[in-house]
Write a protein that binds this ligand. Sequence first.
Ligand code: PLZ
Length: 450
Amino acid sequence: MTAFPAGGPELPQRRNLVTEIPGPASRELTARRAGAVARGVSSVLPVYVTAAGGGVLVDADGNSLIDFGSGIAVTSVGNAAPRVASRVAAQAAAFTHTCFMVAPYEGYVEVCESLNRLTPGTHEKRSALFNSGAEAVENAIKIARYATGRSAVVAFDHAYHGRTNLTMALTAKNMPYKQGFGPFAAEIYRVPMAYPLRWPDGPDACRAEALGVVKSLIHAQVGESNVAAVIIEPIQGEGGFIVPPEGFLAGLAAFCADNGIVFIADEIQSGFCRTGDWFACSHEGVVPDLITTGKAIAGGLPLAGVTGRASLMDAVHPGGLGGTYGGNPVACAAALGAIETMSAEDLAGRARRIGDVMLPRLRKLAGHFPVIADVRGRGAMIAVELTHPGTLEPDAAATAAVASACHKAGLAVLTCGTFGNVLRFLPPLVIGEDLLEEGLGILEDAFGTL
Ligand code: PLZ
C-alpha cells in the first residue's frame, strides 16, 4: 500500500510546482491506469492526488496545485477537514456498517434532523438517505409519483440530474452522458430553461417570458393534472451554471402548488453553503416540496438525501424506500462533521466573500477578453461563458485551452455547459484569500495565452 502524506488544513497553503504537470509519477500512473481502468471513466486533471486540504491538492510528484473544483462542489469544508476526519475515524473504529434497514443507529437520525432543520421552510419534514445524488433524485421522483398517483415528470433544458437510467432521462445533454445508453425512462418532458444569455430575445425577454413559456408548454403538451413533479436545479450545475432571473423559481413553485405538482429542487451541487446560503432556493425565499442534497453534505464521503414535506415523504409504505448502504454510518458521521464545520466557520459567509472577491475580477477580465460573453453565479458557484467574440456561438476550444493552461500552471479548474464552453469555479469554502487571488491571477494569465 502506498503511504500518503498527511492532508487537511495543516498542509502548506501554497502552490508549488516541482515538476512539469503532469510529472513522471503521474504519467506512470496514467500508463498503468490504461491497462486497468475502463476508458469510459475519464479524469479532468492529468495528475494523481496523494493529499489535499484547505485550498490545495498535492500530487504524486510532490506538486501542490490550487483547488478551484472541490471535487465538483464536494469538499466545501476543505479536504480531510478535521471535524470530518475525526468523526469518520471514530465511527470507523466503532462500526462501519449494519444497514439502517437491518439494525439502525443514531447518526442516520441525526443527519435527517439536520436536513429537516437546515432546508428551506419551517413545515413538518422528513428525510431519507442514499448513496449518490442520482439515487436521491430517483427516490424523489419515486416519492412524488407515489404521493400524487401521477407519472409525468418535467425537467429543463441544460438540466443535469445523474447517470442512472431515470436520471439520464432527466439529464439534458447527450454527450457524454446518454450517447448509446438508451432506451431511457418514459414520461419525462423537457421545457426551456430561463437562460438569460441564450433566451431568443435576450435577458429582459427571458425575465418576462420564460415562466409563461414553461407553463403553456406543460399545459399544452402534458396537462397539469398528469404531472407528478417538476424538477429543477435552482442554479444549474453541469449545464453551465445558469442562474434563472429573479422570480422564475418562485413563479414555478407557485404554479406547482396551484396544480398539485410536487416541486423538487435539486440542490445536489448548489446546496450546503455553496451559493452563500445553506441552499440556493433561500435567496428568493422559495420553499420546495422536496429537495435533493448530496456532494458537500458529507465532506467527501458518499451520502445524499431527499428531504421534504412530511405528508409526501410519509406517503410511501414502510419498506418502499431504502438500499444496503444508504445513510452508511461512516458517511453520516462525516456529514455531521461537515455540517458542524459549516455552522462553526460560517461557510455561507465565506462563500459570499469568495463571490465578492471573484466576480469583480472576472468582470474586469471579461472587459479585456471579448471571448468572455458572460460572468455569472452566486457566492462560490461562479462561471464564465466563452463565445466567439460578438456572437453567441460557443467557443469550446478556447474553454478547453484556458482550462489546460490553468492545469499546467497548477490551478485545478473545471469546465461545464451543454456546449462545453463554460469555465466554472468551485473553490473549497475554506480557501485562503491569498490562494484565491493567486488562482485568479493564473486564470488571467491563461486567457493571455489564447
Ligand atoms: N444533480 C445537480 O450536479 C452531480 C456529475 C459528475 P451523483 N454532478 C456531477 C459526472 O460527470 O458524473 C449531480 C448534480 C446535480 C445530481 C447529480 C448526480 O449526483 O452523486 O454524481 O450521482
